[in-house]
Design a protein around this ligand. Sequence first.
Ligand code: PMP
Length: 407
Amino acid sequence: HNDFDVAALRAQFPILHQQVNGQALVYLDNAATTQKPQSVIDAIADYYRCDNANVHRGAHTLSDRATADFEAARNKVVALINAASNRELIWTRGTTEAINLVAQSYAKPILKPGDRIVVSAMEHHANIVPWQMVAAECQADVVPVPVTNDGELDMSAFEGLLDERVKLVAVGHVSNALGTVNPIEDIIRLSHSAGAKVLIDGAQGVPHFEVDVQALDCDFYAFSGHKMYGPTGIGALYGKEALLERMPPYHGGGEMIKTVSFDGTTYNELPFKFEAGTPNIGGAVGLGAAVDFLQSIDRRAMADHEAGLMRYAHSKAESCEGLRRIGCAKQVAGAFSFLLEGTHPADVGMLLDQQGIAVRTGDHCAQPIMKQFGVPGTARASFAVYNTMDEVDRLFAGLEKAKTFLL
Ligand code: PMP
């Protein structure tokens, strides 16, 4: 895409313009966290410089401004994912907390012994462990959908699993470990026709794709601000209003109540019912600015650019001797996972870092799928909108150099 100006985008990210170990930084750890544009950094600083106060407690001008900033940010996220209303968008610390909220407030009250939560074998631990915790309490089971050797969901096995025991299906939009884009439209449709609700772990989805929760018809969609150019410590849970309305609060405290007395407490309305305590106001404001950043980009051109980086990496991988790709799904986004035969990923990562190239190595919080591939972990390069073809070249030149040390 010629009309996609990566240089202009890169210029908005101050952190990218530095040397690491004597070389221009190549940041390819975007699935772990993305960098932040100046507009996000400014929005957070401006909030603390000008408007900081506690929210929803009125009575003075700064508090009114902080509340307006905070709710404006919520409305930006609502618009980004096309939720039907701001009652459906709950602030959380991130994807992890959003999934725990659904596990504790939606799943726990309804699960009976023998019921099932279906996940996939390629999930992040954040989309496995919260379900195991409630399943253990309810004598329910967490059942993984098998993954093929290409790193794709086995959809016929998935269909075979769907029966009346399945109360919830929880799958990732995009795998952080393999880069696989899952067919979530089909998963949602099939699950619903079997009577199960669906949670989508969108941590790696929102950063790369336009997401429309109403068109998807998912029941819950969880994501993190820091993986979509926003700050850490803020994220969101989208949930259908009718479901959220029926769910009990997750945490108790201030903000989430209407009235408190020792005879009984009544809860606030949505979304505040799920937002106990002083929220991450500055973080929400920063995430709002990150949404503005995303909305300022031609999202289709962005997806094409990122797909181009991935295709280029795959073609370079073919001529990189000893490189084994982990996961070769037809639809991939963001993450490119690999091993160099005869080396340990941690050594590869260290030798790349010495050349200024940041990748992640390890199990990517996805131990079950690493086990299936028979590897302790992988090296993972993951792309964002500001990465360039030159950086892919730097990665592969770096790998050649690493090989001269390791082999
Ligand atoms: N799910 C996926 C697919 C992820 O990639 C991550 C972050 N690596 C998470 C969940 C957890 O996100 P967070 O740590 O921001 O809560």
